[in-house]
Each structure stands twice: as C-alpha cells, then as structure tokens.
Design a binder for this molecule. Structure first.
Ligand SMILES: C[S@@+](CC[C@H](N)C(=O)[O-])C[C@H]1O[C@@H](n2cnc3c(N)ncnc32)[C@H](O)[C@@H]1O
Length: 375
C-alpha cells in the first residue's frame, strides 16, 4: 500500500516482503516434506494391490463405497487378524492421490470407492490390468537398484540394477520364471488398452500385408492389429529366442527368435513398440539400419514409444515421462532414454529414412512413422 510518509512506506514494504518470504519458505518446507514422504505413495499402492483391495471394492462392477472393515471382510472372510485401521490409513493417503474416492459421513465413518485411476488396477476378463506394471516395478530386485542410482552419474558403463543384482534386468528375468511371468503380465496389462487407443485413431496399418513386430514379446500387439486390420495376413513376431520360446499360438503369426542388432525379418512394414527406449543412440541407429534393409522401397517403420517433452514443466505428462526416463536409466540401460520427437527424427534420418510423422494418439506413447521413400 502506497503511504505518503516515506518511513511508513518503508516499514510496510519490509513487513510485506518478510511475510511473502516466510509464506514461500513455509510452502517450500511443505513441498520438501511431501517429497520426503513420496515413497509412501507407490508402496501404499503396492500394498493395496497385494491385498486385492481394488477387486474387493469393484465387486464385478458395482464399485459401491465400502469401509476398510468391509473391504477386509471380502479379502479375508475368516478374519485373520487384519487391521482395518491401518488399511484405512493407507486408503486415506491414496484417496489424496485420486486412486480412491473417500465418502465421509456425519459420524466420521469413511468409505471408499474406485476412481478412474483406481479402476486401472482391476483385472479385465483376460486377468490383466495396470496392477502388474505397478508390482513389476516394485519387486525386490528393482528396489535394490534405487539406493545406488547415483552410480549412473558416477559410472554410466553399467546400470544401477546390474550393480545391485550382479546382472542386467532382462537376463535376470529370463532366468526366473516367476519374474518373467510378471514382466510379461505387466507388458500385456499396459499394451492392451494402449493398442485399443492406437487402433481407434491411427490407420497406418492399412495396405500392409506382412507386418513384423520387432521386440514383440509374446505377440499380443500383433494379435490386436491383425484383429482390427484383416489386410495384415501375415504377422512375424520377432524377439529374443528365450522370449518367443514361450509365446502362445496366434492365428496368422509366426514367432521368430533372433537379435535385432544382427538383422530383422522382412515385411511391408515394421512395428516396434516400447523397445527403443531401452537402447543407446548407437544401438537404435543400428536397428533402424537393419529395418531399412528389411523394408521394400515404399516401406515404413511404425514405432510406438514414449516421446519426451522438449520443455520441462510441472504437468502430469512431463512428470510421468521424465519419471519413466529415470526408471530406464536405473533399471535397463544408463544410456537408454526417453527421446524427444527431434531426437527420434535425427536417429531415423541418420539410418537413411527420409520422411517422418508423429501422431500423438495417447498422452504417454506416440506413434512415429519413418518412411523409406520421400513421397
Ligand atoms: C519393454 S518390452 C516391449 C514388448 C512389446 N513390444 C510391448 O510393447 O509390449 C521390450 C522387448 O524387446 C525385446 N528385445 C530386447 N532386445 C532385443 C533384441 N536385441 N532383439 C529383439 N528383441 C529384443 C525384449 O525381449 C522385450 O520383449
């Protein structure tokens, strides 16, 4: 406030500045405490998934608000000493992150239903959901890598996962059937809704007869593409031999084991989803060159990958993508990364591709087309 007397003006200015500073300091201290306690959030999510809380509330679609004791009655009908108060503490935290809706009545009783985010944790008819992605990311071997994350800065020659567990993540999973099963369920749980989204809004599979999926894992993406596009009469699911060894039979799909750094099978188009992020720039270039060789003159690569934003901001999209980037650095490859659209373009151009289009069909993953011909 402007005052006529200089002395008063000065005093008021100092008071205002002091108040602003102390307000911003309070906010800063609160922000640091929220971050310091942040680990409670994913671990609470893991706990409710392991306890099967989402299914207990969902009850085949009713999603009727129920209390922590009622949830426990579903989970453990014969008692078992489970503690409803502690479950409610977990549910309250997760309600603050919009996983559950909290319904508080006048007697102070709390009941919970699932939000749209919470519903992503409920298994579909194929027994899949995002719950497995959450569990996979927080299993013991991966959790061992976080405390040594700074090693990725000090010595980027081996990823923190390897330093903590003595071997790389892929080799770790492939030697352990339970961990491998969880990894496949995590991939499929995320892939099925994403593929639905892609196929609803992207029509680049039209006119393709033979489609190769590089790093296609068990072939589930090819299955959904071929269901929607019958013109894709031949699908080649290409992955490491140990991965395709247990892949299921899918009509029209041939599973081929091999190494994309050596060569990739030929087709009219090559699909590659959620694979490039785990490779270095040199490795991506090598695989793009192998794809170029395997395609006809009018062929294209259809990549589907997270695309990092150019600008750093506080949005949920930026945080989800940059968080995923750190996950890759820590678990899979210190020099694997989430790339920007421009970085993808440069990689593909360096391998000989002449035309590039990006389709932002989903907030997390974009479809990126790399064409051999310039028309
Ligand atoms: C994150 S998964 C993605 C799987 C699938 N494309 C999806 O979207 O669900 C990465 C896949 O790349 C495969 N992969 C890794 N290195 C490979 C290589 N050198 N050649 C072929 N496939 C490879 C892995 O075995 C794994 O199945």
């Amino acid at each position: 406030m402007e005052m006529e007397m200089n002395g008063v003006t000065t005093t008021n200015t100092i008071t205002a500045t002091t108040t602003t500073t102390s307000e911003s300091q309070k906010k800063a201290r609160l922000a640091i405490l929220e971050l310091a306690h942040m680990v409670s959030v994913p671990m609470s999510l893991v706990a409710v998934i392991r306890l099967k809380v989402p299914q207990a509330i969902w009850q085949g679609g009713s999603n009727t608000p129920i209390s922590a004791s009622q949830i426990l009655a579903h989970i453990c009908p014969h008692g078992g000493g489970y503690d409803a108060e502690n479950l409610q503490r977990i549910l309250r935290l997760l309600a603050s992150y919009n996983i559950f809706v909290e319904h508080l009545n006048s007697r102070g009783e709390r009941k919970y239903s699932l939000t749209e985010i919470g519903k992503t944790l409920v298994d579909d008819t194929e027994g899949l959901s995002y719950a497995y992605y959450m569990l996979q990311h927080h299993q013991d071997a991966l959790m061992q890598a976080w405390p040594v994350m700074e090693e990725a800065v000090k010595d980027p020659t081996a990823e923190p996962f390897k330093k903590a567990n003595g071997e790389g993540a892929i080799s770790y999973y492939t030697k352990r059937p339970d961990e491998l099963k969880l990894a496949v369920k995590a991939l499929c749980g995320m892939s099925i809704p994403l593929m639905r989204e892609i196929l609803d809004s992207y029509d680049g599979f039209q006119g393709v007869e033979t489609l190769v999926d590089v790093g296609g894992n068990n072939g589930i993406s090819l299955r959904s593409i071929m269901e929607k596009y019958p013109n894709v009469s031949k699908g080649i699911n290409f992955d490491l031999p140990e991965m395709v060894a247990s892949a299921p039979h899918i009509p029209g799909v041939t599973h081929v084991g091999g190494d994309a750094f050596e060569s990739v099978p030929s087709g009219d188009a090559i699909f590659i989803k959620w694979v490039l992020l785990a490779w270095t720039d040199e490795e991506c270039k090598k695989v793009f060159q192998n794809c170029y060789k395997a395609l006809p003159a009018n062929g294209k690569v259809i990549a589907c990958e997270p695309v990092a934003p150019e600008m750093t901001d506080e949005s949920q999209r930026t945080r989800a993508l940059l968080g995923g980037d750190i996950f890759i650095m820590t678990m899979y490859r210190t020099k694997g990364k989430h790339r920007t659209e421009q970085q993808f373009k440069e990689l593909a151009t360096s391998a000989g591709f002449s035309r590039f289009h990006a389709f932002y069909v989903d907030p997390y993953m974009a479809v990126l087309e790399f064409h051999k011909s310039s028309i």
